[in-house]
Design a protein around this ligand. Structure first.
Ligand code: GDG
Length: 510
């Protein structure tokens, strides 16, 4: 019945990412593009697969009311650089985006994924919106993909896409990458719809996480839900820490079989576009920015903290530790400054309002207690800064202080290591042992942000660390960051997907 056959698209690689690779603004009612305001390094990598003229599609939402009835499902992303890459828009209402992304994903799944399960709010009516929106993404991806194409889906807000897509298009290679942390079964199992979510993920051929611990946590969750056979378990690659941090692990499952389906798994910590950072540092204006910043510090040490406003990032815990440091060490007064660059959450994300107030109060209290004429101990920038400027802060910072209570990976840590490595600095990275990056960045000074005494001890150690040791640690970290850049990350991920699909074919033919 040819009229019932699903329409086949032309793309042999389909990216399903919540947003477009460029920002769309309406000028006089006409859509215009500009570079994304907070570039995260992943978008250029995903784009780079289409540089050779490969036919591809990028599936992302578009708020249709904002387009004032001018909704077009397709445009080319960039006719010169990616001539055969189409932006395929999924039309969503503003309400759908608000519920699905800004409210439900952030209020139900985000806290649970980061082990803050008590904060999770599960509403059945929001789940229905989530399902409907995921279904739309799946339909759009199904319409774009050529026969046997690879569809690469990103992150937990698209959890339900694989199942719907598999049903629409059994011929596809479906791959998923998790950008957030992934908790153990004791936490994940609080989710009312856990079986549906697992069922969907298991429709993939390949699922990638940042680090082995997250892979194994996923397998643990599956094991508690259905009979599963681990087909392959391997020692973790030497690049990963095993027993040295809270999220380390010695071995992980790379292939499981359940319900007659085989799913391959892998650990792929996201890398950086090191070339881009090099470029920004080599630029004349970049060098001027660093000099100006250093001059502004008046010879004081700079302790830097950069993160989105989020309780998972441990900002309050860090401020409390800083307060104790100043309390106990009067000799440090006027000798160091803590700059925290905190990117505000979207206004609709009401869960963050209280935290913002608490942070502002803590900063006010510390500055009230310790400021002197000419010295403000905490400088709190509650706004995003352009990436070029951020790089200058990384270059000027003596200590980078990253204390998430739980984090999928943490790119800020890697960006700091890259910038200090390129500029041959003496910077020290203090990194939470609960960030995925702790399992990868050998050389960081690890800290436990759940333990106030340890937070204090490690920041002290960083401030006093001899330059020779700082340099040796940086060299170790920079080697990792430089070698495992974002280009390699993307390449290795897609190679792993190909290998998984090859295995499935072999299995089908025996
Ligand atoms: C999720 C996972 C995982 C920060 N401030 C500014 C700014 N940034 C950029 C940084 C960095 C990115 O934002 C933040 O990335 P992180 O990895 O640190 O954290 P999440 O936003 O929580 O990201 C995380 C990541 O996905 C990737 O898979 O590592 O675990 O939670 O690149 O540079 N950029 C600009 N101005 C700022 O003020 N332009």
């Amino acid at each position: 019945e040819p009229e019932r056959a699903p329409r086949r698209g032309r793309a042999d690689l389909v990216m399903v990412y919540h947003r477009l690779p460029y920002e769309e603004v309406l000028v006089d009612g006409k859509p215009q593009r500009r570079r994304p305001t907070s570039p995260n390094g992943i978008i250029p990598t995903l784009l780079s697969f289409f540089g050779d003229g490969r036919e591809g599609s990028w599936v992302a939402w578009s708020v249709h009311e904002a387009r004032q009835g001018k909704f077009e499902p397709h445009t080319t992303v960039d006719p010169d650089r990616y001539p055969n890459l189409l932006a395929a828009r999924v039309p969503l209402s503003k309400t759908e985006v608000d519920i699905f992304y800004k409210r439900f994903s952030k209020e139900a799944f985000w806290p649970m994924l980061h082990t803050f399960w008590e904060r999770a709010r599960f509403r059945e009516e929001d789940w229905k919106v989530f399902l409907a929106v995921n279904r739309k993404f799946a339909e759009a991806a199904a319409a774009e993909a050529a026969e046997g194409a690879t569809v690469w889906i990103h992150d937990y807000n698209l959890w339900m896409v694989p199942a719907a897509l598999r049903e629409l298009r059994p011929d596809l290679r479906i791959a998923f990458f998790h950008h957030t942390y992934f908790p153990s079964a004791d936490v994940f199992n609080v989710v009312p719809w856990r079986r549906e979510i697992l069922g969907s993920l298991l429709a993939c051929d390949y699922i990638g996480f940042h680090i082995p611990r997250q892979v194994e946590n996923f397998v643990d969750v599956v094991r508690g839900a259905m009979p599963v056979e681990v087909m392959e378990k391997v020692a973790c690659a030497p690049r990963f820490l095993t027993y040295g941090c809270a999220v380390g692990l010695d071995s992980m499952s790379t292939c499981i079989e359940t319900g007659g389906r085989r799913v391959h798994l892998g650990a792929h910590p996201v890398g950086l576009d090191v070339g881009r950072i090099r470029g920004l540092l080599a630029d004349e204006r970049g060098r001027e920015r660093i000099e100006a910043l250093k001059a502004g510090l008046g010879g004081r040490q700079l302790v830097l903290s950069v993160e989105r406003l989020d309780y998972t990032k441990g900002i309050l815990e860090k401020l409390q530790a800083f307060e104790r440091l100043l309390e106990e060490s009067p000799e440090l007064h006027d000798r160091l400054t803590l700059i925290t660059i905190c990117v505000p959450a979207a206004r609709e994300m009401t869960v963050y309002r209280q935290l913002q107030t608490q942070i502002e109060q803590a900063v006010g209290r510390i500055n009230g207690r310790f400021s002197r004429v000419g010295w403000t101990p905490v400088q709190f920038f509650f706004r995003p800064v352009p990436f070029e400027e951020l790089v200058a802060y990384y270059a000027a910072a003596d200590v980078m202080w990253i204390t998430p209570l739980r984090d999928g990976l943490n790119l800020v840590a890697k960006e700091y290591a890259a910038v200090q490595g390129i500029t041959r600095g003496y910077g020290r990275l203090v990194l939470s042992e609960f960030a995925g990056a702790a399992a990868e960045l050998k050389g960081a000074l690890l800290t436990n942000p759940h333990d106030p005494a340890d937070l204090l001890a490690v920041i002290r150690r960083a401030i006093d660390l001899p330059r020779s040791e700082a340099r040796a640690r940086l060299r170790q970290m920079f080697e990792i960051v430089r070698h495992h850049d974002v280009q390699r990350w993307g390449r290795e991920f897609l190679e792993a997907v190909d290998a998984a699909a090859g295995d499935a074919q072999r299995k089908a033919s025996t």
